[in-house]
Design a protein around this ligand. Structure first.
Ligand code: ADP
Length: 522
């Protein structure tokens, strides 16, 4: 049970939907975190500026209105800090009390100066308890600051210190002058940053602990739903692919007409099944054709032998039956030889030995060999050969290709007709053309003539020796393809046929080529 659950989790983790959701959520998290961090830094800087502004305002109030540092009679003309404000005015009193929460006023030696309190003989040092708690600068530090600030107008010093309770304060320190006697005093005031810190802490908590995790959960949910929707067609394709089997190859998945990548996937899948279907069809057709081709001569041989056995009486009758049977056996072995060659070509066992061959000379030799049968058939055979038609070909296969084309030309050209072979050079190619003034091929048959066992004439009827096996052009197409070329055919019924093969002068990559399915017609 536990094992099963673990496997389910693993499968889920590997699923594209889950991974898409995680990527989506991660992206969202990075964006949210980035925004929150930037926003926090901005908020902190704003709060710091606002604290500094408050300190600047307080400083201006001290300097301009509430505090005067001057020699005082009560202190035997020594300097004292006098706070001037209307004690009846609640607002002023509150402001001064507020100012005096965190403050220090020291002379140039670094010692706090006494404070003058109206109607009182007490003169406490001008330093608040809170300031003391934050840690007073030592007299030496103050002396150093005063000395340097005296020489050149020093900017105010801003710093942050923590009280013993851990409360942060922002301090502003600088010089205040007794203008009359040109005497400098070190004054430092501060404001609590607790409120600012709380604002920042509240923001951090809200953003990082509440908003971001919630948004992340929402984003993951949304990502899960969106990924699920996006992947639905993929699932459909997969289910359809599972339904496809050898007997069910006509199945096509309907496209969604969205014109997107998934439609493209569906189209590609459909084309693949289409090709598979046609290959299956061709294989079936091939087996049917082969068994038919083999059965016909076998039936004929059987018939001949039966005639000989049951009805022949004279030696001549026996001889005739034997002769006919032998002819059929010849045809049978012709078919078997051709099939063997085809299967060798298909399995890649037929390796081409390409060498530079003068195609013109080779064709001239073949034309010479064909002159006698041509004369016998009453057909004029001529050749138009350009010199130096060199190309890298397998001589044996090339000769087989031309022989097949020439045999066909004679087979389908009546007495008095012409057969012409041309070998011509063109840019990077040698063109070999075999043309005749024979019966021609009707256009509807043209796409099929390179198919195995395809014959234009005699279809449906028993093939005669004249009609051949229907394998010749399959070989021609295969040999051309193995030489990096194609066979172009141009035919007009009643006028004649022209086959053109454009052989590259440079050797093609394919030494041995697999012949899959039917060779393509040109
Ligand atoms: P076959 O062994 O029957 O000649 P091929 O594969 O060589 O088989 O040719 C297929 C069919 O193409 C032939 O049966 C014939 O009908 C047609 N064909 C081939 N060459 C010619 C041609 N030169 N003129 C007319 N028809 C041709």
């Amino acid at each position: 049970m536990v094992k099963l659950r673990k496997r389910d989790v693993q499968r889920l983790a590997r699923s594209l939907r889950f991974r898409l959701m995680v990527s989506y959520a991660l992206l969202f998290l990075i964006m949210l975190m980035g925004t929150a961090v930037v926003f926090r830094a901005r908020l902190a800087s704003e709060l710091r500026t606002s604290a500094d502004n408050t300190l600047n305002e307080q400083w201006a109030a001290i300097k301009g209105a509430y505090l005067r540092i001057e020699p005082t009679l009560e202190l035997d003309n020594k300097y004292g800090a006098n706070w001037y404000y209307d004690a009846e005015d609640v607002e002023e009193t509150t402001q001064v009390l507020n100012l005096k929460k965190v403050y220090l006023i020291a002379d140039a030696n670094g010692n706090p100066i006494p404070e003058v309190i109206p109607d009182s003989t007490a003169h406490p040092p001008s330093v608040s308890a809170t300031y003391d708690d934050l840690g007073r600068p030592s007299p030496a530090e103050i002396r150093k600051y005063v000395a340097s600030a005296r020489k050149q107008a020093a900017p105010p010093l801003f710093s942050v210190r923590w009280s013993s309770k851990g409360e942060p304060f922002s301090l502003r320190s600088g010089l205040l002058w007794d203008e009359r006697h040109q005497e400098p005093f070190y004054v430092s005031i501060g404001v609590s940053l607790t409120k600012n810190q709380k604002i920042l802490r509240d923001y951090t908590w809200a953003a990082f602990v509440v908003v971001i995790p919630l948004a992340l959960i929402l984003a993951s949910l949304l990502g899960w739903i969106m990924a699920g929707r996006a992947l639905t067609p993929v699932r459909e394709v997969a289910q359809a692919a599972q339904r496809v089997s050898g007997s069910n190859l006509s199945l096509r998945i309907p496209t969604r007409e969205a014109g997107d990548e998934l439609d493209y996937l569906i189209l590609t899948f459909n084309r693949m099944t289409e090709r598979l279907e046609s290959s299956f069809q061709q294989m079936k057709q091939f087996s049917t054709d082969v068994s038919h081709e083999l059965r016909t001569p076998i039936t004929a041989i059987r018939g001949q032998l039966e005639v000989a056995l049951f009805t022949a009486k004279t030696t001549d009758q026996y001889r005739e039956a034997m002769f006919n049977a032998l002819q059929d056996i010849d045809r049978l072995s012709q078919i078997v030889r051709a099939l063997l060659l085809l299967s060798q070509a298909e399995s890649g066992q037929l390796v081409l030995q390409k060498t530079p061959v003068d195609l013109g000379e080779t064709v001239r030799d073949l034309v010479e060999q064909f002159q006698i049968p041509a004369e016998a058939a009453g057909v004029r055979l001529t050749a138009g050969i350009e010199p130096d038609c060199l190309a890298a070909v397998d001589r044996v296969q090339f000769e087989r290709m031309i022989t097949n084309l020439l045999s066909n030309a004679f087979k389908f050209t009546p007495e008095g007709g012409n057969v012409r072979v041309r070998v011509e050079r063109s840019e990077g190619h040698v063109n070999v053309v075999v043309e005749d003034t024979g019966c021609g091929i009707p256009p509807e048959h043209l796409p099929h003539i390179f198919d195995r066992f395809y014959r234009v004439t005699g279809s449906g009827t028993a093939p005669t020796a004249e009609q051949g096996l229907g394998l010749g052009l399959s070989f021609v197409a295969w040999i051309a393809k193995a030489h990096g070329s194609e066979v172009a055919v141009d035919s007009t019924p009643g006028k004649g046929t022209r086959f053109t093969i454009k052989l590259p002068t440079e050797p093609a990559e394919t030494g041995a080529l697999e012949l899959t399915g039917q060779p393509a017609a040109s």
